[in-house]
Design a protein around this ligand. Structure first.
Ligand SMILES: Nc1nc2c(ncn2[C@@H]2O[C@H](COP(=O)(O)OP(=O)(O)OP(=O)(O)O)[C@@H](O)[C@H]2O)c(=O)[nH]1
Length: 859
């Protein structure tokens, strides 16, 4: 995993120019702790610059989202605020004032806090692209204008940041306060129970009471953390007031630990060590995300190549003839693309994510056109039968014909065929619309780089499509004329007259006499006597009772019978127009018990052909009027003839439709699609190549050129990044919690349990320490073993892991965070640099050695 962070820096530099953003996701680092614990001080030390408001009491009152941005194009470091876009803050003192002022603007100058973050971006050549978050301190008692629930508000605010699984938590605890009461540790444990992203930071070690020290904590024995604690000495308020800069503060910190009897043998102290811890975490994170990132870059390359292939014209611009040549190439490319779009010739150019316009036209032919034909009027049986009835009656004239007239069929079929014109013309129109869309699409594909050429192609091709659409319309109309010109009653699929007559007759019969079964039976009163009546399609009989043994009478059903409602309720009359119906009576009056029964009988009588019309019996010359409506749908004779003609028409129209569904697409393809394609392939190319304004047509679209350049730059950047990634071995790391005994904090904090390290704790100490501490040792023993075991980490000439004071070499680069990552920029003496290198090596070594025990590494 060695050297992954410089790889990331290089990658981020390389990918900075990629359009659409292809960023490697690095974790946020949030500083959490109680009020005045030293959070801002820690953050400043990490960044290596003085820029945060400082003081006693509550200072950080809004989250500060600090984005470090690496930019190798700039020499100086500077800042930018989101709320003051476009303004550059080169003076870090001004940055501090602006943070203060922006905080006051939003929450006033009192003590109140707000969750609304301030976004600050620090840009410089040595930064690593990373986000750090300074958060308001945890507090218990509201002061000044703070609301009563200030504690809850701040807690929730902090949780929104540290809950994110990619957030590293720096739990800042002041050494001069009881660790057992640390809010920072409690909160961190709540969101990171395995302690995989928490590092304890012990500040204010210099302020501890005389005679006490923080060894137990720093050796991870008091309240153990998976990654342990790092001891820090920040600037005191007096230092800040006295304008002590970060560099001097770091130097002072170094001296403090080196000269302090309790800490000089410890390696888990000092800001450089904290940065090394962060370095370790970042390295592991990067090792985890790089494999996926590599796949992402590969995909991006494919995507960019695809886009570029569409845009780039393979013609050397240094050829003086490139414009006329390219003009022809583009026109040919356009016509080929159009052909593929319509006919779908080869695999090349076939798109899996969209339907081609050819496919859409196929749908018009075989789905839309068929549905339209199926919905035409001849399918509305009742309406058409009425038309047939009127036609037949008119053809008969005064004499009712014996047979259905041939002319009636002829007239009906013609009027029905004419109705097909609309759907047929719709097909031509719909297809030409799709062809225009396809035109737009293929011109965009082939010539969007050259707007004038695209315009020329569009106007010529538009004209061609509308010309061929007119021709296709005429041809389609002709097809209809063919159908009208000759009604082929000899067509083998046509049912023919005899079939139609038989079928028509049987259909009428079926309708009128649906089976010979009894239609209705029940008690009726006739001449004040109850009889059991039975109605069948052939006869109306009545019996003495429902056993039907003793028949009283039978009236055969024929066309002379009529039904009429009687004046008194529940009664109806059946009368004969041609003679007597019952002995000497021409009508019988029958009575039902209920009105529903009366209705039922009425319907049954109609069913067997006894219709209403009794009024006619009472007609006379005085009251006779001539009816306007001649067509009588109940006329059985006419009904049979209508039925026959309907069957013939239906059969013939099916044939016509089947033919049209077949020939209309053929006609449209031939006259519209094929001719258009032929025009594009032959005539258009000739026309375009003869145009005098070839140079103008080949004027490139500026925005397209820019887009292409951007794509090229992005592609090169991605290729560079991929090359870098391919040269970097990508270890596959699966994080597993270390075997620290995780007792709930309240248990750890309860009296008597916190000072004795368990075996697991001791192991964890070994795991997180730069060098494994012994399981139990006295203070002097620990010093001895520490210096012995540490020989590979510390300056060999020195017995202490902390290098002796050397004047810091102020080379202007004060960014500690960055300093630890790249090998070049160190403000420290060569010895202290050695020490830092040792620490770095040690971190990497510790990761590597832990690989065997704590991590699963699959290279
Ligand atoms: N002597 C000494 N003073 C420190 C140390 N760390 C912080 N201080 C002082 O403690 C005070 C608070 O420090 P800050 O860094 O502002 O603390 P903070 O946690 O950011 O404070 P809030 O944002 O207000 O919660 C300042 O006066 C610092 O100078 C330290 O290690 N030693």
């Amino acid at each position: 995993m060695e050297g992954l962070i410089p790889v990331v820096n290089e990658l981020q530099d390389a990918l900075a120019s990629v359009d659409g953003g292809l960023a490697l996701d690095l974790p946020q680092i949030a500083v959490v702790g109680s009020q005045s614990a030293g959070k801002s001080s820690v953050l400043e030390n990490i960044v290596g610059r003085d820029f945060l408001p400082r003081g006693s009491g509550i200072v950080t009152r809004r989250p500060l989202l600090l984005q470090l941005v690496r930019n190798t194009d700039t020499v100086e470091e500077y800042g930018e605020f989101l709320h003051r876009r476009g303004e550059i803050f080169a003076d870090f003192e001004e940055i501090r004032k602006e943070i203060q002022a922006e905080t006051d603007r939003s929450v006033g100058s009192g003590k109140n806090v707000s969750a609304q973050p301030i976004h600050l971006r620090l840009i410089g050549p040595k930064y690593m692209d990373l986000t750090l978050v300074d958060l308001p301190g945890l507090t218990k008692v509201p002061v000044g204008d703070q609301p009563a629930d200030i504690e809850l508000q701040v807690r929730n605010m902090i949780l929104t940041y540290i809950e994110r699984p990619t957030c590293l938590i720096l739990a800042v605890c002041p050494a001069n306060a009881d660790l057992a009461t640390s809010d920072a540790l409690q909160l961190a444990q709540r969101v990171d129970a395995d302690g995989l992203r928490t590092i304890g930071v012990l500040t204010k070690i210099d302020l501890m009471d005389g005679g006490t020290n923080a060894r137990d904590i720093l050796e991870n024995r008091l309240i153990p953390l998976t990654y342990g604690y790092v001891g820090i000495v920040n600037r005191s308020q007096r230092d800040i007031d006295g304008k002590k800069n970060v560099q001097s503060a770091l130097e002072a910190e170094l001296n403090f630990f080196r000269n302090h009897d309790s800490y000089k043998d410890l390696d888990r102290v000092g800001t450089p060590c904290l940065i090394a811890r962060l370095n370790e975490q970042l390295t592991l994170h990067i090792a985890e995300v790089l494999p996926d990132f590599k796949v992402k870059v590969q995909r991006q390359i494919q995507n960019l190549e695809r886009q570029l292939n569409k845009m780039v014209l393979d013609y050397p611009h240094d050829d003086p003839q490139w414009k006329p040549k390219a003009l022809i190439v583009l026109t040919i490319k356009f016509s080929q693309l159009y052909k593929i779009e319509m006919i779908g010739m080869t695999d090349a150019g076939l798109n899996l994510s969209r339907y081609s316009y050819g496919a859409k036209i196929m749908n018009i032919f075989h789905r839309n056109f068929k549905s339209l034909l199926a919905a035409t009027e001849f399918t509305h049986e009742d309406k058409m039968k009425r038309e047939i009835g009127i036609t037949i009656t008119n053809i008969w004239g005064v004499r009712p014909g014996l047979f259905p007239p041939d002319k009636a069929f002829d007239r009906v079929i013609r009027s029905q065929i004419k109705k097909l014109e609309q759907p047929m013309l719709w097909v031509v129109d719909a297809v030409s619309q799709e062809m225009l869309k396809a035109l737009q699409y293929t011109i965009d594909q082939a010539a969007s780089q050259f707007p004038l050429l695209a315009q020329e192609l569009r106007s010529r091709c538009d004209g061609a499509i509308s010309k061929y659409a007119h021709i296709a319309t005429d041809r389609v109309k002709e097809l209809l004329e063919y159908e009208l010109a000759y009604i082929n009653t000899k067509h083998e699929d046509f049912v023919g007259f005899s079939y139609a007559e038989q079928k028509g007759y049987s259909r009428v019969l079926k309708r009128r006499h649906p089976g010979m079964e009894v239609t209705q039976k029940g008690w009726l009163i006739m001449n004040k006597k109850r009889f059991w009546f039975v109605l069948t399609p052939n006869a109306l009989c009545w019996y003495a009772d429902e056993t039907e043994n003793e028949r009283q009478y039978m009236v055969p059903i024929d066309d002379s019978l009529l039904f009429r409602e009687a004046k008194s309720s529940n009664r109806f009359i059946i009368a004969s127009q041609s003679g007597n119906i019952h002995f000497d009576k021409s009508e019988i009056e029958l009575q039902t018990t209920t009105l529903e029964e009366l209705d039922r009988w009425k319907r049954s009588l109609l069913q067997v052909g006894i219709f209403t019309g009794g009024e006619r019996l009472n007609l006379n010359v005085e009251n006779m009027t001539i009816s306007e409506e001649i067509f009588d749908e109940h006329d059985p004779w006419l009904e049979r003839q209508i039925e026959s003609i309907w069957i013939l028409t239906d059969s013939y129209m099916r044939i016509v439709c089947r033919t049209l569904v077949d020939v209309v697409p053929k006609c449209v393809v031939r006259t519209l699609i094929k001719d258009t394609i032929e025009y594009f392939e032959k005539t258009l190319i000739a026309e375009i190549s003869r145009l005098p304004n070839c140079d103008d047509l080949m004027e490139e679209n500026k925005s397209e050129c820019e887009k292409r350049d951007r794509l090229r730059t992005s592609l090169e950047a991605c290729q560079k990044a991929l090359e870098k990634l391919s040269r970097t071995p990508l270890p596959k790391v699966i994080r597993k919690p270390r075997t620290v005994e995780h007792r709930p904090l309240h248990e750890s904090l309860s009296s008597g349990q916190i000072s004795k390290p368990s075996t697991a704790v001791a192991e964890s100490s070994a795991a997180v320490s730069l060098r494994p501490p012994p399981r139990s040792r006295t203070r002097s023993a620990s010093r001895t073993s520490g210096s012995e075991k540490h020989s590979d980490v510390v300056d060999r000439k020195s017995s202490s892991p902390i290098p002796p004071t050397d004047p810091p070499q102020s080379n202007g680069n004060s960014n500690l965070f960055v300093r630890l990552f790249p090998k070049s920029a160190s403000p420290f003496s060569p010895r202290s640099l050695n020490s830092q290198r040792s620490i770095r090596k040690s971190v990497e070594k510790s990761i590597t050695s832990e690989n065997r025990t704590q991590w699963h590494v699959n290279d």
